[in-house]
Design a protein around this ligand. Sequence first.
Ligand SMILES: [Fe+2]
Ligand SMILES: [Fe+2]
Length: 479
Amino acid sequence: MLVEPAALELLASLSDGAEIMDAAVAAAVSRNAFMVTHSVVDELLSARASEKKTVQISVEHTSFRAAVADLNPDIKLDINRDVTDKSRCTGTVENFRDYFRDRFNRYKRIFNEKASQIPLQPIARVRSSTERELRTIGMVADIRGTRKGDLLIEIEDETDTLPCFVGSREKALFEKAREVLLDEVVSFEGKMYNSLFIVKDVHWPDVPFRQKRTADTDACVALLSDLHVGSKYFLQENFERFIRFLNGDTDDKEIAGSIKYLVIAGDVVDGIGVYPSQEKQLVTKDIYEQYKLFGELMKKVPDYIEVVISPGNHDAVRTAEPQPRLPAEFAQDLEDYPNMHFVGNPAWIEIHGVKFLIYHGTSLDTLIPALPSLSAGYEFPEKVGIEMLKHRHLAPLYGEKPLVPEKRDYMVIEESPDVFHFGHVHKNGYADYRGTSVINSGTWQSRTDYQVRLGHHPSPCLLPVYSLRSGTTKVLSFA
Ligand SMILES: [Fe+2]
Ligand SMILES: [Fe+2]
């Protein structure tokens, strides 16, 4: 019997893979097939998944006493940076004008804080200047290749527009300039030549070098995303094992007892109608049922753990970002639990003084193809996270994935977070960048048909646990 690589990978991601393998071989034999295919395994998973819609976790509270159980929680949500209850956009021309002005002004403030030898000047002043060393900032309005293979980037500010030329013969500069994105704000150094600005260097706002804040507590934060409850690929057994672990059913009681916070960066359920023919991938086709099952799982989390829940593109809020918190009708009775906190996407929270930026990560789908340096972005999401910090924006490209032109650009990264936590690509990734821990928390869903087609390799059930005292991450496997 041959095994299709995609089938093998799917089996390997399951806690009961050996059992399903036996069943898949039996199914293949009964059909006179010589190969165990992904679709055979998939069928078996669907059949099994429809049998396990309910949560069966028995929690015994006998001997386990978490070290953090009596610790007072210290968690603050920055409501000014959360769009929840503040969306007033109706899609008028004024809304768009205000939005882009706000974006520009926030960038301008960031650039003004940066030290530079050459003074920053508005475009109108640069256009008429004969100085040999000029510096300006502008929002990228257009990027074009010329017939000779050079780059022409048009930028604008409140005063004027400026065509900027980057010659292809200067290899290093040219490669750098190819990373410029439409609609972001960049800084160019160079000089005027007739009506053209000849670029000598490009600068992104970037985050400054700094020491990350840490806290005087042994409490830890567990980071999760992309559960996709309701999907037949949701790894419910593994997730239940994680919940039992939180309740002390583990050999590593010390680390289980140090988890005081749980942060979920979106896609808590699989949703309905998120992509064509999704219904074939669902066990639970009722969105309320999906959230009910999610709620049942969350209720098994010990009550001394503070849980922060932020939505993603699969959740039942508007798909356009920034997203407000999950509405009460879906949050159901979790709302009545004082340790459950629903926030928007993105969200800024402070835990014992340590700043977390939580963002689902939907824009990764547009950033990865747009930036030449990110060709392996789906395998190394931390690299994309670093780019977002460098560009100081969570979704610089306007119009690729829907963004709402709010009065304020909630997607600008106005300060350095200590932890930048995101998900969406279902692949764990970790990096330290200039004092920020960049963490992609992976997924609790096995490899879907869709990911097989795209050639993506998710890393399910790997749980990053962040220590507030040391600022380091430990990864626990529930695979
Ligand atoms: Fe997801
Ligand atoms: Fe997602």
